[in-house]
Ligand binder design. Structure first.
Ligand code: GDP
Ligand code: MN
Length: 387
């Protein structure tokens, strides 16, 4: 499934829609705003019923109270008053998008991303849109349809028809949907995107096909040739925790869950995110302390993870190669002695000096785990019982 982790510039929905619209994709009439006054004025200009959408770099806003309807400009102002400055899934809401509300009839899922296995760009589509696509993938894998695209030709008309047909989308809207798929592919390729996603793509009661939500990540290695998109880089780092991590020189991505994660090596940390997810938890962050991490680095990392007030438990997963277990253990102990540690910490270590490291942790409050999976289960359990 589309991942958004490292090496990408994340655009807010309103920015993604700006770019999508410039490629001819149909987006609702809307304006971004950062004060209740601006929201009221925008709602007045847009007219009629509006939807107020919190702009944060995390999905599932609807369920978390970040998507609200308003019947009048005054009502829109009240909603914005509540929403702006509040915390949504661990992110402070600084902007909202005010949009014309849609009379939704059907909600579809559509995205383009890179499929590393087949080394192709791949289109993904589902008639079960609007909900978390990971959930659909788990509960109805047959409802998710893929279309590998040959980069030399782009998606061909017969492929598009087959793609849309196979996914079971509204046949009477096939032409409009095809146009959307083509344009989304254009955006994806032209901007060096790593993910271009529409969820939901809406068919309205009056038969229009509209991009109701947009997620858009650009490969930051390509920014040198995407000058127009460079303006989005700063906003992408606007997350306060990520900005702080950046200042501290840490490789950190804020993910919004409750299990704080520290590991060494990007691959190991990503794998740790996966197993925490599999154990039913939600990772709060990605944090790679790299190879050869000394005590001071561990301390810095732990302090960083603790800045996130949503964190209810921490999992430290270290595979010792260059990184020595005893160094890590010393760092953790030093950190816990000097920091205000308000959550339980589970430590899993393997490899170089792991035993020495675990020995150092004996008799302390730190909870050793025999394996990464065991550690993930423990941390998830602890985070859950603290919530
Ligand atoms: P997300 O929850 O962060 O993915 O935000 P979405 O923009 O996808 O909105 C979540 C859900 O809100 C959609 O799937 C719709 O079912 C619902 N919704 C209700 N009215 C509207 C509307 O006027 N516009 C949009 N975009 N969503 C609406
Ligand atoms: Mn959505």
């Amino acid at each position: 499934m589309p991942a958004r982790i490292l090496g990408c510039v994340k655009l807010y929905e309103y920015q993604a829609k700006e770019v999508f619209a410039s490629y001819g994709l149909p987006v609702p009439k809307g304006e971004a705003a950062s004060t209740p006054q601006q929201v009221e004025e925008a709602a007045r200009r847009i007219g009629g019923r509006v939807v107020i959408k919190a702009q944060v770099h995390v999905g599932g806003r609807g369920k978390a109270g970040g998507i609200k309807l308003a019947d009048s400009p005054e009502h829109a102002r009240d909603v914005a008053q509540q929403m702006l400055g509040s915390t949504l899934k661990g992110f402070v809401v600084k902007y909202v998008l005010v949009e014309q509300a849609l009379p939704i009839d059907k909600e579809y899922y559509l995205s383009f991303t890179l499929d590393r296995d087949s080394q192709n760009i791949i289109g993904i589509c589902s008639a079960m849109g609007g909900v978390d696509i990971e959930e659909v993938a788990a509960s109805h894998p047959d409802k998710i349809v893929r279309m590998p695209v040959d980069i030399a030709f782009g998606p061909l008309d017969f492929q598009l028809r087959e793609f849309i047909g196979r996914a079971g989308l509204d046949g009477s809207k096939s032409r409009e949907i095809s146009a959307v798929v083509k344009k989304l592919y254009d955006v994806y390729v032209s901007t060096d995107a790593s993910l271009a996603e529409i969820n939901p793509l809406v068919v309205t009661a009056d038969g229009r096909v509209i991009v109701a939500d947009a997620k858009f990540d650009i490969d930051d290695n390509a920014l040198f040739r995407q000058k127009k998109l460079e303006v989005y880089k700063d906003a992408s780092e606007e997350d306060e925790l990520e900005a702080e991590a950046h200042r501290r020189g840490l490789t950190y991505v804020h993910l919004g869950g409750s299990v704080g994660i520290i590991g060494n090596g990007a691959g190991l940390v990503m794998n740790t995110l996966d197993i925490v997810n599999q154990a039913g938890g939600k990772p709060a962050n990605f944090l790679d302390i790299g190879g050869g991490a000394r005590a001071e680095v561990v301390r810095n990392a732990l302090d960083m993870v603790l800045l996130d007030k949503e964190v209810k438990a921490i999992l430290i997963n270290i595979f010792g190669g260059i990184t020595r277990g005893d160094e890590v253990a010393r760092g953790v102990l030093e950190a816990t002695a000097t920091l205000d540690v308000r959550v339980p910490i589970v430590v899993r270590m393997a490899g170089t000096e792991a035993e020495a490291g675990l020995k150092l942790l004996e008799g302390t409050k730190l909870l050793p785990a025999a394996t990464a999976v065991d550690g993930a289960r423990k941390a998830v359990e602890l985070a859950r019982s603290a919530a």
